[in-house]
Write a protein of this length. Structure first.
Lengths: 336, 210
């Protein structure tokens, strides 16, 4: 019932403002993008020591601002809790939500929102002690598995073990601190939650390098930027900024070789950077919007590595988020 | 047929660059380990004996680990991603064993489709003529052993002067440092050596060029 009210409120707000169909124009007029982010999730969105917002989700806000307003600094970040995030977007309090949100039918069908692509493929995985020399989740038969109460992880784990003919003993813990403690004290053989979360939890362990995250991912948690329904132009802008970052990586365009890239003779690179054609203008953006984006936050791979990958504290391998051409499933439609 | 996709042109060009570049220039690392710009200018150190637990010297990101890897290549294929500084041994079912590697310095990187033609334990080292010309201080011959830059094992890549081998300098993993070979820490090359037979397909990939 509460959910229904929230939806109704959202729909009413949508109808009332009316301006939501011109998000691009209002962002340009305002000279600032209002972006909804997480209250503090290391690697994804958190203010640093100087109060500057950084992270993978934050970069996407900055990328959109760079494409629309020419600068990645022209963003007002609005930290939102899990409960606040969708109503805030529905009511038009934010132009864009880039907050670790999973794309599901429910959120598009019932909440009147649209996911503008998948910026990060997350999913449930397993953490084990490296000393066990396990290489696959299929070797976890007869394991004691620690899960956090109130998440979907317990059900998914039981289902996975059952469908692979394995036995398990589930140990449910009230919160993530208790989860880590139980695992470190040896009360369970493996700890399970979303892969990005496993890496974050591992950081807080006594000896992070003694534990590995298995490559198996047993559930789908596709995360991406969210916009309101009813504004196709803005939806396209956000979508193609993300795809621009992915295409830049695929074509070898980085923040450090931009000068060289602008002189490239390859048709794909020329179109990507707006040296040729009017692809940007057709979206309501400058033709060189990808240049602005990559200069502001780097290409997809640069942003990934800096915030959550090898160059960050989290050290999450690219895994399924590697480009489709490099062993992963990140795939952007071509710019042409 | 094997060498059909090997870029001979690049190979010839890089040898020339190498000859001009000379030796002895010391340079700091230019970028974080593992990123495309990360190079380490460190000479070969014949005679240096690496620590027993060479794997412990590795950044966790470069330690041997099973990973998700989607490919149409058959299980057993080696795929080397120069840009990422990783060697993948395809295991099928969307997974691979991943090893951290050191790769060729700028101008010493190459790509192509090759095969393993020979395997050797504690290989002797005869630096090729091109390498002697660039680095005249290198020995002409060095018997296999712990102080040998080839390390504990070598997999010889057919049709080239290159190998996938161990190292006596574990700190170089993750950097562009070699003359075109791919180096792993000794514990990793021993592991890989046991897993791949002669005839194994080796694919060397480069980042897209502008």
């Amino acid at each position: 019932m509460k959910k229904l009210l929230a939806v109704l409120a959202g729909v009413a707000a949508l109808a009332a403002t009316g301006a939501s169909a011109q998000t691009l124009k209002s962002v340009k007029d305002r000279g600032e993008l209002v972006c909804g982010v997480s209250k503090g999730l290391p690697g994804f969105s958190a203010p640093d020591a100087k109060g500057q917002w950084t992270g993978f989700d934050v970069d996407l806000c900055r990328a959109v601002a760079a494409a629309v307003l020419g600068s990645g600094e022209k963003v007002k970040f609005v930290p939102l809790t899990a409960d606040e995030r969708f109503p805030a977007l529905q009511k038009g309090e934010v132009d864009l939500l880039s907050r670790n949100s999973t794309w599901t039918l429910d959120r598009e069908g019932k909440l009147g929102l649209l996911f503008a692509g998948i910026s990060y493929y997350d999913g449930q995985g397993f953490l084990v002690r490296d000393s066990r020399k396990i290489t696959s989740a299929l070797e976890l038969d007869k394991s004691k598995v620690c899960v956090q109460a109130g998440t979907t992880a317990a059900g998914a784990t039981a289902e996975y073990f059952k469908s692979n003919g394995m036995e398990l003993e589930l140990i449910t813990l009230p919160d993530s601190a208790a989860l880590v403690k139980a695992y470190e004290e040896g009360k369970c053989d493996t700890l399970t939650t979303d892969v990005s979360q496993l890496y974050a939890l591992r950081l807080n362990m006594a000896k992070p390098a003694d534990h590995i995250v298995l490559p198996d991912v047993i559930s789908k948690e596709p995360l991406g930027p969210v916009v309101r329904q009813g504004d196709d132009q803005w939806f396209n802008v956000v979508k193609w900024v993300l795809y621009g970052m992915l295409n830049a990586e695929e074509l070898g365009v980085t923040s450090s070789n931009m000068a060289e890239a602008l002189k490239s003779q390859k048709p794909d690179v020329k179109r990507l950077l707006g040296v040729e054609g009017d692809n940007g203008a057709s979206l309501g953006l400058p033709n060189d919007f990808v240049v602005l984006v990559v200069k502001a936050v780097g290409n997809y791979g640069e942003s990934y590595e800096r915030n959550v990958g090898a160059a960050s504290k989290l050290g999450i391998p690219r895994g399924i988020n590697q480009l489709w051409s490099m062993g992963g499933i990140q795939y952007a439609p071509p710019i042409r | 047929m094997i060498s059909s996709t090997f870029k001979t042109l690049t190979f010839a060009a890089l040898l020339q660059v190498g000859l001009l570049a000379g030796v002895g220039a010391t340079q700091a690392q230019t970028a974080p380990r593992g990123t495309p710009g990360a190079t380490m200018d460190i000479g070969d150190q014949p005679g240096l004996v690496p620590p027993e637990d060479d794997e412990a010297q590795l950044d966790p990101a470069f330690r041997r680990q099973p990973v998700y890897f989607r490919t149409t290549e058959a299980p057993g294929t080696i795929i080397i991603s120069t840009n990422e500084r990783f060697l993948y041994l395809v295991e099928g079912n969307n997974r691979a064993m991943r090893y951290g590697i050191g790769v060729g310095r700028d101008g010493f990187q190459w790509s192509g489709l090759k095969n393993i033609v020979r395997k050797a334990e504690w290989p002797d080292w005869r630096p090729p003529v091109e390498m002697i010309e660039r680095q005249p201080y290198l020995p002409r011959f060095m018997a296999g052993g712990p102080g040998n830059p080839m390390g504990a094992r070598a997999l010889y890549i057919g049709g080239t002067v290159y190998r996938i081998h161990g190292t006596n300098q574990p700190q170089t993993i993750g950097y562009a440092v070699s003359s075109g070979c791919f180096r792993l820490v000794n514990s990793d090359i021993i592991d890989l050596y046991q897993r791949v037979p002669v005839g194994t397909k080796v694919i060397v990939r480069q980042q897209a060029t502008l």
